[in-house]
Ligand binder design. Sequence first.
Ligand code: UFG
Length: 322
Amino acid sequence: MKTLVVGGAGYIGSVVTRLLLAEGHQVTVLDDLSTGHADTVPAEARLVTGDIAEATKVLAEGGFDAVLHFAAKSLVGESVVNPSLYWRTNVIGSRALLDAITEHHIPRLVFSSTAAVYGEPDQVPITEDFPTRPTNAYGATKLAVDMMITNECTATDLAAVSLRYFNVAGAAYGVGERHTTETHLIPIALDAVAGKRDKLTIYGDDWSTPDGTPLRDYVHVADLARAHVLALTAAEPGEHLICNLGNGNGFSVLEVMKTVEKVTGLPMPHTVGPRRMGDPARLVASAARAQQRLGWLPEHDLTTMVADAWAFSHPDLAGTGE
Ligand code: UFG
């Protein structure tokens, strides 16, 4: 297929770009490089540097079979203190992209949605028909885009799939997380054992979970990428298919820390701080629908995610642990 990957210079978008190319698809990446990196876009893909509003110009070239939409602000904490940035970037940007998709009759869309749309669930694992009650602006804006896509699919023949990611981790094809402002647990924990930061701060140990720290469902970026390729052909025209992507297992912050210590063979300097605004206690996916509709089963466990992230972020130290 001829694909446009919007936000393809970011962590997840650039891994998906590599898998698309490996499977014989043609890829144009559109990215404003506000958080992405031009050097993560492989030479076999065409890079158009520009805002999401430029999508209409690119799609006007003709012949595109699908758009994969990754471009978004995606930090929960930042979204709580600066909601305007999230509503403007995520919702208005996506609206412009959807209009371009409709105008140029693009038949397929795959959208990066998030587990954050569910907020604090009454129970886990979370299925796609759980109530959506986001506890932060990030989740609210992604939910708004999901709703816009549903409306668009009703009004047109667009076949769309929203993939609700749980906690993405690991590295693939030599691409891992390198955010200018890192907020994610695994990269921060790896920097703490490597001595690149003083310590890891646990955001609260008084949550209503077995060990008092929040539970998250970690999914390897390589597994996640495969789901996108499967999603390209999963929806019928006029259908908006929504699938959770997770392993179905919850790991606490303390369990992740132990895994990091085991993989690296290094002790974790840490302290306990206050809870972070907008964090739910537990987010664990049911991946049953992704299995049924996409034929997707995650293959990588938490140890592999940590080991791959470690080899990517600290190649000089990797190989010291188990
Ligand atoms: N945490 C710490 N200390 C840190 C960083 C994180 O204790 O220094 C904790 C958080 O409180 C949370 C867990 O580790 O309980 C995971 O935090 P991350 O920041 O790695 O990930 P989030 O769960 O906040 O968010 C991620 C994605 C979101 C997505 C969400 C859905 O970044 O886009 O998963 O599960 F919405």
